[in-house]
Ligand binder design. Structure first.
Ligand SMILES: Nc1ncnc2c1ncn2[C@@H]1O[C@H](COP(=O)(O)OP(=O)(O)OP(=O)(O)O)[C@@H](O)[C@H]1O
Length: 633
């Protein structure tokens, strides 16, 4: 047994977090109690779950609760729980380091300007460290359930960069945290103040939060009456209570506890479902994406309860991965208390609940989207933060693809902001149009200024501008929406002849122009040789001389770039160069005789077309040289 007392240094990030926290949350000190009660409640949840398979962990005491004791003389508050407790290694890992996913992103985003960084801290969560908002010294004594009393651990720190650790005797399991209050935190020595904070933040905690009353001095000749212990919170699982009894504030406070968030949620869903399986959902959509949303190991935020007993923080078993931003609780009577992850994965009840919850979340989003007026709505906020998750949904969730597709929002040639739904787009199609057109590019600016859009502008046809990495995969899976095909405007042959004009007339005019520049096509083909798959006359351009397109079933150049950047070895597919028969450059090229000039012009046309896509030509310096030579000629 390690009895040694040792002093250790906080991880550098902890120090940074403490500084930032004290700076940004000084006017909201009371949240320390919410954080500590929340941790105590999680510890009780964990014990109750572990005890479902090992009753001995209760050590004869299954009355799980939190006890708060104020000592005015010593100026301390003690928060005591009889939850799972921690062993020495766990204390070192949990208290003194930050080992949460998203940590690197969080510290990466800090600018060093405390005022600017302050709002980030709420998103990240301060947890146990918030004790130092009110305390000049914090001691924590803990013992893990099921181990001998000699395995207690004492931890102590002034929040100044170091902490002391010692193995001690602790008779009872669980964790006891004592805060030695700073001078400016006197208000928390007042019972009423503490009670009001508990009501505000912890009424929904499903374990009793009790306060130690003070023993009255006995009157002469009378026996002393023991100090009373009073339960302060409602201590009932919030989701089991009828909606009509619950206020927004209670719902929001529960969200903050379960979602580890400082902000109110964006929306919620509370439903009791009865059918083949009975279950209750209390689910929330956060206002802001967590730091680790895009990391492979990012956690889901929905907790599974069976008959109000916390079972586990389940992952893909409860909700599909693309809904990993949802926070909340799912409680059912239709699973055994000792359910394991393996059983969950094969359980028809779980499967039905997962489908039911998914449908309801999509329904909630549909409702929010329906109530939205452009740009100024909860749905716009949601889309900004989590829109790309829904795009994953289109890719992964075949059975709900159409419903999710309705929820997508895009920038288009008529709106830079991402407000346009596919249904809006279809509603605005021009006469003769029966295809949904889109372009994919590296950025919104590159998409918006792409030469491929020229003819669409001329004909007044709206084009969806796709510029997120995931969009290439999205359109790979979403090839049709409500009977209308989705088509890249940078792929295959384009035929807009039926739109906004006489198709026959346009066709013969086009053929005539193509004939006139046929010599140019031949010359460019010969000059570019193996660089291109084909050179042809385009219907896409009105202003630019040339653009690149891919064959209908080839990857787009953008997709190739993304995959190469991700380190994949992609065989080179050659683009098709399309030239504008009306452009002066092309006309000039058709009339050119000197091979050297033809080669230079052809190469410049080709490189320009690459630049117009927001990419770089193979030999940028060579391109500049040729341009300069032309300018000075
Ligand atoms: N009362 C407690 N009993 C047992 N373990 C605890 C207790 N308090 C904290 N811990 C452990 O310490 C870890 C870190 O706690 P901390 O409050 O800093 O962060 P958190 O609760 O994980 O996240 P958040 O900051 O979002 O609240 C917890 O995850 C838990 O494992």
């Amino acid at each position: 047994m390690t009895t040694t007392k040792e002093t250790r240094a906080f991880q550098t990030e902890v120090k940074q977090l403490l500084d930032l926290m004290i700076h940004s949350l000084y006017s909201n000190k009371e949240i320390f109690l919410r954080e500590l009660i929340s941790n105590a409640s999680d510890a009780a949840d964990k014990l109750r779950f572990e005890a479902t398979t090992d009753d001995a962990l209760f050590e004869g005491d299954s009355d799980l609760h939190v006890l708060i004791d104020i000592n005015k003389e010593n100026r301390t508050i003690t928060i005591r729980d009889n939850g799972i407790g921690m062993n020495r290694d766990e204390v070192v890992a949990n208290i003194g380091t930050i080992a949460r996913s998203g940590t690197r992103e969080f510290f990466g985003q800090l600018s060093g300007d405390k005022a600017k960084d302050a709002h980030l801290i709420g998103q990240f969560g301060v947890g146990f460290y918030s004790s130092f908002l009110v305390a000049e010294k914090v001691t924590l004594t803990t013992r893990r359930a099921g181990v001998g009393s000699e395995h207690g651990v004492h931890w102590e720190s002034k929040g100044d960069g170091e902490y002391e650790l010692e193995t001690v005797e602790k008779a009872t399991r669980g964790t006891e945290i004592t805060l030695h209050l700073r001078e400016d935190a006197d208000e928390f020595l007042d019972d009423w103040r503490i009670k009001s904070v508990i009501h505000k933040y912890a009424d929904h905690i499903p374990f009793p939060i009790r306060m130690q009353g003070k023993a009255e001095a006995p009157a002469e000749g009378e026996e002393a009456t023991p100090a009373e212990i009073e339960t302060i919170n409602q201590a009932s699982a919030l989701w089991t209570r009828p909606k009509s009894e619950l206020s927004d504030e209670e719902y929001n406070n529960f969200y903050k506890h379960i979602g580890h968030d400082f902000e109110d949620p964006l929306a919620r869903l509370h439903q009791r479902l009865e059918g083949k399986y009975e279950y209750t959902l209390l689910l929330y959509l956060p206002k802001r994406a967590p730091f680790d949303l895009w990391q492979a190991e990012s956690k889901h935020g929905v907790k599974l309860y069976v008959r109000r007993v916390f079972i586990m923080e389940a992952n893909e078993e409860l909700l599909p991965r693309y809904l990993r931003f949802v926070r909340g609780v799912m409680d059912t009577n239709d699973l055994p208390l000792n359910v394991s992850r393996e059983i969950l994965q094969q359980s028809p009840a779980m499967d039905a609940m997962k489908k039911g919850a998914t449908k309801r979340i999509l329904g909630l989003l549909e409702e929010m989207a329906g109530n939205s007026d452009e740009g100024n709505s909860d749905y716009a906020t949601f889309w900004e933060e989590f829109g790309n998750c829904l795009k994953e949904g289109v890719i992964e969730d075949f059975s709900n693809r159409n419903q999710i597709a309705k929820l997508l929002r895009f920038s288009t040639t008529t709106s830079d902001e991402q407000f346009v739904s596919l249904s809006d787009y279809i509603g605005r199609m021009v006469e003769g149009q029966d295809t949904i057109y889109y372009i994919t590019a590296e950025s919104l600016a590159a998409a918006k200024h792409s030469p491929h859009l020229e003819v669409f502008r001329k004909k007044g046809v709206e084009v969806i501008l796709l510029h997120d990495r995931i969009d290439e995969w999205l359109v790979g899976h979403l090839t049709e929406f409500e009977g209308k095909k989705l088509q890249s405007i940078a792929k295959g042959k384009l035929d807009l002849s039926g739109i906004g004009g006489d198709a026959e007339e346009e066709k013969s005019e086009r053929e005539e122009k193509a004939r006139a520049v046929e010599p140019a096509v031949e010359k460019i083909r010969a000059a570019l040789g193996e660089k291109v798959k084909e050179v042809r006359v385009t219907d896409r351009l009105t202003e630019s001389p040339a653009c690149l397109v891919s064959d209908q079933f080839d990857m787009t150049a953008n997709m190739e770039r993304i995959l190469r950047q991700a380190g994949q070895n992609i065989p080179e597919s050659k683009p098709i160069l399309e030239i504008n028969p009306d452009h002066e450059l092309v006309k000039r090229l058709a009339a050119m005789e000197t091979q050297e000039s033809i080669d230079d012009y052809a190469s410049i046309l080709f490189d320009q077309a690459i630049l117009a896509e927001g990419a770089l030509p193979d030999d940028p310096a060579g391109f500049v040289r040729k341009i300069n030579a032309l300018l000075t000629r």
